[in-house]
Design a protein around this ligand. Structure first.
Ligand code: PDD
Length: 276
């Protein structure tokens, strides 16, 4: 298949330079964009977040996002992608390995590829289990950077316990999960961690909050504790392409009555309307 390499769509090949700062330092930012029926979903929101992430690490994007967006749409076309994702990353470029920023003439490197991935409707309808683990990440989790080692370790713990996600906590507070945001439902109202420096403000999360507004469901962007998580009526996680996954058990303890809850099901149904 083809990839986007800077401003050109080329055949996938070995394009990694050993002194790419993304490769050596995780010095760059990324996005994962869902593609449904050949159409990227919520592209504007992803481009907006990419711009913000780049700005927060003082990385100048080498291309204007409108142009980048067009290139990504072209890539989806060229690869004939129907269902899947676009992975996009921008690193601070290739330069001799010194920690500080390279000279100003170093060009950031943009790479994007597509991956086929069927939607997991079964997961959305049936739910899954999660584990709980300490959030050991830094204090700028709002930036979608390439540095994902703590997330990788957390997800591995989940997989080793036959769970789909690792829900993270800092002290008593639940932040998010290794690659998704976490919502709880109590007495018909939703709670999710506020979009501050402790979480990534998920595009799916933002959309769900908007849907709650439209459905007149009360949603609070407020922190909640580990005890409140276990005591919730419903728990679900959200992320690109997975969309919404009901969580029926955390660390072996059953949430609510152990089946996907009504609020979660209502949101699943509403979210599907965005692309069906
Ligand atoms: N992860 N929180 C973290 C830490 C994430 O990595 C992600 C997404 C989310 C959900 O964000 P969104 O709804 O915009 O996908 C929350 C992507 C999918 C990934 O790294 O593969």
């Amino acid at each position: 298949s083809s990839i986007l390499y800077n401003d050109q769509i080329i055949e996938r090949d070995n394009v990694v330079e050993i002194e790419d700062r993304g490769y050596q330092f995780g010095d760059g930012v990324y996005e994962v964009i869902g593609v449904y029926d050949g159409e990227p979903l919520l592209m504007d929101e992803h481009m907006k977040r990419l711009k913000r992430s780049a700005r927060e690490i003082q990385l100048t994007l080498p291309v204007e996002v409108n142009q980048l967006r067009k290139k990504l749409e072209e890539l989806v076309q060229v690869n004939g992608l129907e269902e899947g994702i676009i992975y996009l990353q921008v690193s601070r470029g290739v330069a001799p390995r010194w920690h500080e920023f390279p000279s100003t003439d170093t060009q950031a490197v943009t790479v994007a590829y597509t991956r086929e991935e069927e939607r997991d409707n079964e997961l959305e309808d049936q739910g899954a289990t999660a584990v709980l683990t300490k959030d050991i990440r830094w204090l700028r989790c709002d930036i979608k950077t390439l540095n994902l080692l703590p997330n990788v370790l957390a997800k591995q713990k989940a997989v080793e316990n036959n769970a789909i996600e690792a829900i993270l906590h800092r002290g008593d507070t639940v932040t998010e999960a290794s690659a998704s945001n976490v919502f709880i439902v109590k007495n018909g109202e939703l709670y999710t961690h506020p979009a501050d420096n402790y979480i990534l403000n998920g595009i799916t999360r933002q959309k769900i909050l908007q849907l709650c507004d439209e459905l007149e469901l009360k949603a609070h962007e407020e922190t909640f504790t580990v005890d409140e998580l276990f005591d919730a009526d419903e728990v679900f996680i959200s992320a690109t392409k997975m969309d919404i996954a009901p969580i029926l058990q955390v660390d072996g303890k059953t949430i609510g009555n152990g089946t996907p809850g009504n609020v979660t099901k209502q949101l699943v149904k509403e979210f599907r309307k965005l692309y069906e």
